[in-house]
Ligand binder design. Sequence first.
Ligand code: CO8
Length: 257
Amino acid sequence: MAGLVEVSVDDFRVALLRLNRPEARNALSPEMRTEIAESLERLDADPEVRCIVLAGHDEFFAAGADIRAMAERPVDAAPDPKGIEFWTRLTAIGTPTIAAVSGYAFGGGCELALACDMIVCDEGTRFGQPEITLGIIPGGGGSQRLARTIGKQRAMEYVLTGRRWDAKTAERWGLVNRVAGKGAWLTEAIELARIVAERAPLAVRLGKRAVLAAQETSLAEGLREERALFEEAMASEDRVEGMTAFLEKREPRFQGR
Ligand code: CO8
């Protein structure tokens, strides 16, 4: 039986993780969340992988959490500690991640894209946090990441109405890095990933941490964090190689040290 995710790595050190549960529109069942987290952790531990593209199907990225599985939970059940675990595991991934989104990303699917470091989508993509129509609210970081990315007023409107927004709107709000022309969403995401994968791997991971600090801390703390990460980059052999290559007018050969 095919797995709930499919993983491959290309010659450019870009890993492609594809969600594979088409019969339920890639709804993120507990089993699927476990497979995604385990696959990402495996790729993150592989020094040959420099960037990860997380993609769905042409017609859908993911339709959200698995409503069938959630519907089974009794109203008086204790909070599920595993609910948050998936998102915490995602946040701990040090390798840059790019969500390649086509079709729609709803609910937990939108939250999964938001939890990635960048998003490339197809021109026909629709996003949405429809949880409110089910009597719940986003539970995978959607309210927080949306508000931080598109602003509180917009996040409030879309979380409280459950209405969808399109790719152009997502681009205007700064929610996505690129809107690809019809059918080019995956190629463009992989192209972007290959550029990241060419860069000094240590510096890439430090850069990711520095940018994420901007979302998580005050400016003063973020500036301190950036400086500490900058010093780590300055202490790397790749920094010496990068600067020497520039002065010698040649391409750098980064070793990840
Ligand atoms: N969960 C479980 N099954 C689903 C889901 C889902 N989210 N979405 C679709 N399916 C199933 C359908 O039940 C159907 O199954 P079956 O063939 O057995 O009847 C099959 O997928 C195909 O679905 P449709 O026939 O509805 O397909 P359409 O192409 O007509 O429509 C839609 C696709 C528009 C995506 C529609 O299925 C839909 O509206 N789905 C629900 C979207 C939604 O409300 N998402 C939010 C879910 S709640 C959530 O995400 C909370 C997040 C909390 C934390 C995150 C944890 C991961």
